[in-house]
Design a protein around this ligand. Structure first.
Ligand code: FES
Ligand code: FES
Length: 170
């Protein structure tokens, strides 16, 4: 889907949201998408823009604990919510979390453009099922596009991350 360029109007609404643990306030237009507000008004660049149509997953964030594609959510709908981006799920000391680190070590991505969708989908899957089958892992990737890796490396990375999380929880 193409993204229609609409002439900008003056922002009229004050939005207050928590992004990666920090309360942010900004003026927005009613029509603005959450991904655009995160990137252009707040300056958080972890969510990427691939399709602007809810198809590719590059813009994925957690909104009050649920994964959403932020290109199909109006920013105004997120008033008072907590948004977590890929940049906000690292460990307290700034290290990558287990899923991020495993994806990195397993070369599960190349350019990294798609990584928000895959990491959040993996977090969601492993929270529901700590020991998924390869088929369940593949199903969990539906709605995420990667133009670089061919997907098999993701399956291997998710399998390894699941093993590591199971060991950590013992
Ligand atoms: S940019 Fe949001 S799903 Fe593709
Ligand atoms: S690693 Fe490049 S699009 Fe997925």
């Amino acid at each position: 889907m193409s993204h229609e360029i609409v002439p900008s109007t003056a922002p009229t609404r004050t939005l207050e949201i928590e992004v990666d643990g920090v309360t942010r306030q900004t003026l927005i237009e009613d029509r603005e998408l959450l991904v655009d507000v995160l990137r252009d008004r707040i300056g958080v660049k972890a969510p990427k823009i691939g399709c602007y149509g809810g198809d590719c997953g590059a813009c994925t964030v957690e909104l009050d604990g649920k994964i959403v594609k932020s290109c199909i959510v109006l920013a105004a709908e997120a008033e008072g919510s907590e948004v977590t981006t890929l940049a906000g799920i690292s460990e307290q000391d700034g290290d990558l979390d287990v899923i991020q680190r495993t994806f990195w070590e397993k070369d599960a991505f190349q350019c990294g453009f798609c990584i928000s969708g895959f990491v959040f989908s993996t977090r969601d899957l492993l929270a529901r099922d700590p020991d998924p089958s390869d088929e369940e892992i593949r199903e969990s990737m539906v709605g995420n596009y990667c133009r670089c890796t061919g997907y098999q490396t993701y399956v291997e990375a998710v399998r390894t991350a699941a093993e590591r999380l199971r060991v950590d929880s013992k």
